[in-house]
Design a protein. Structure first.
Length: 142
């Protein structure tokens, strides 16, 4: 388990979360307000105490992008767009935010205890995009 996944598991445990995580509720607990925003290029963006998410996202992708933003907030202080454009760390911070998101929104032990055997069952149970289950679940099993 990497640093981002550990941070996510710690937050999930600290808040007593299980099942489908209310990412917007967690953002509120952390002092952030989530706002739907008309975006063309990015899916999420943090401005001061606001998390802006693309207004046309489906609920599972909205939850994913809010959790992604929380990962950035907890692990990457500063202006993420500047870092992404002007340093070589952009790819790394995006990977960490994705690893955080997978471990924050999905719990392998809970999935196994519920006898969820197919990726679509895991996606439905945790309310996350099925494509992200297929991408992130193998990382969570390491």
């Amino acid at each position: 388990m990497n640093r981002a996944q550990r941070k996510a598991v710690e937050l999930r445990f600290k808040l007593g979360l299980c099942g489908r995580v209310d990412a917007e509720g967690v953002a509120n607990i952390l002092g952030y307000e989530v706002i739907p925003w008309p975006m063309q290029v990015h899916q999420e963006l943090r401005i001061d105490r606001y998390i802006c998410v693309a207004e046309d996202l489906e609920p599972d992708w909205r939850r994913w992008m809010i959790a992604h933003a929380i990962g950035h907030i907890l692990m990457h202080p500063g202006n993420h767009l500047w870092i992404y454009k002007h340093t070589r760390f952009g790819g790394r911070i995006e990977r960490e935010a994705e690893d955080f998101t997978g471990a924050f929104l999905m719990n392998v032990r809970e999935a196994l205890a519920a006898h969820l055997t197919d990726w679509w069952e895991v996606a439905e149970h945790f309310g996350v995009p099925d494509s992200m289950v297929r991408l992130q679940l193998p990382l969570l099993l390491e």
